[in-house]
Every structure is written in structure tokens, then in C-alpha cells.
Design a protein around this ligand. Structure first.
Ligand code: GAR
Length: 188
């Protein structure tokens, strides 16, 4: 049976685009894209790919109430696995317990280094010579769940924060679709 993914986004959705491009030729399905932000360009990318795009606002709701709404929408679409592609909300146990060991995030650092926000800036400011991205299971902590795969990039002397961010993003676009395929093949 083919695996049904939902992708959650909050922004531009370049990682979502990489997932959509990879899903085009594969025996699995991205059933749904959800955003907490109505203006997230990721929703537009989904519509252009002919995939259902849903906006669920988070304002004036408790985290638990937002997560319960999210669960209801995903379950009503028969979603098996959830991929967080630049989704900038912390998920509570209300959500994680509904998809146990089935929620995966991409983070723009070589975890466990530089969790949290502005990971690329944290890496740049720390002067590391190798940076990268991590795909990991989501647990109740902040970017602490078990690591599935990582991609590394060199940091060049000529880099600034923006060029490093761009290089990390390009490795994200390779690693995340690779993990999505592994999941679909039952290898994760
Ligand atoms: C990506 O760099 C992703 O790793 C990061 O947000 C960006 C989203 O870009 N996620 C996090 O920082 C989560 N902690 P995109 O919307 O172009 O895919």
C-alpha cells in the first residue's frame, strides 16, 4: 500500500518543492500540504502541483487546540507520515501521540549542534568549518529526536551567513527527498 505523506510548512517551501519534485515519479503520495500561515508560498506550490493545500491559523488558539485541529485534518485525509519542511511551530503531545514515530523534521544544522532558531547564523558565528542539515524524528524536545540522515557542506573563508544558508539549503533539498523515499520503502 502506498504511503500517504502530509507536509507542513510555514514559509517559502523550497524543501516542499524538492519533495514534490521527487514524489512525481514515485509509488507514494503527498496527499496534503498544511500551513499555519495563509501567505506561505508553500501553499501556492502545493496548489500548482495539484495537491490539496490547507491553511489552519494558529492565532488566538492554545497550542493544544491548534494541534487537535491539525490532527483532525490529517487523519481525515488518511495521512500516515508527517514531514515538517520549515514548519515553525512547536508540536505538543496532542499531535505527536496521534502520529507516534511518524513525524520527521528537517533542521539546517548538523544536530545536536545548533538546535533552535537561526541555526545557520549560530553555525556561522561559531566559526565551524563544516556545516549541514539533519533529518530527524520529532520528539517532545527542541530538535532532539533520533537522527535519520545528515548532509554536510564545507564552510568557505569567503562565506557570509547568506552564502552558507544557501549551501545548506541545497543539501537539504537532496537529503529530505532521500529520506522520504526511504520511508516509502519501509526502510526507516
Ligand atoms: C529550511 O532551512 C529548514 O531547514 C528550516 O527552515 C527553512 C525552510 O525553508 N527549518 C527550521 O529551521 C526548523 N527548525 P523552505 O521554506 O524554503 O523549505
Amino acid at each position: 500500500m502506498s504511503v500517504r505523506f502530509a507536509v507542513l510548512v510555514s514559509g517559502s517551501g523550497t524543501n516542499l518543492q524538492a519533495l514534490l519534485d521527487a514524489a512525481g515519479q514515485a509509488p507514494f503520495e503527498i496527499s496534503l500540504v498544511v500551513s499555519n500561515r495563509e501567505d506561505a508560498y508553500g501553499l501556492e506550490r502545493a496548489r500548482r502541483a495539484g495537491i490539496r493545500a490547507v491553511h489552519i491559523p494558529h492565532k488566538c488558539k492554545s497550542r493544544g487546540a491548534f494541534d487537535a485541529e491539525l490532527v483532525e485534518v490529517l487523519k481525515s485525509h488518511g495521512v500516515d507520515w508527517v514531514l515538517l519542511a520549515g514548519f515553525m511551530r512547536i508540536l505538543t503531545p496532542v499531535f505527536l501521540d496521534a502520529f507516534p514515530n511518524r513525524v520527521v523534521n528537517i533542521h539546517p544544522s548538523l544536530l545536536p549542534s545548533f538546535p533552535g532558531i537561526n541555526a545557520q547564523k549560530q553555525a556561522f558565528d561559531a566559526g565551524v568549518r563544516v556545516a549541514g542539515a539533519t533529518v530527524h524524528f520529532v520528539d517532545a524536545g527542541m530538535d532532539t529526536g533520533p537522527i535519520i540522515a545528515q548532509g554536510a557542506v564545507a564552510v568557505h573563508d569567503s562565506d557570509d551567513e547568506e552564502s552558507l544558508r544557501t549551501r545548506i539549503l541545497s543539501v537539504e533539498h537532496r537529503v529530505f527527498p532521500m529520506v522520504m523515499k526511504w520511508i516509502a520503502e519501509g526502510r526507516v
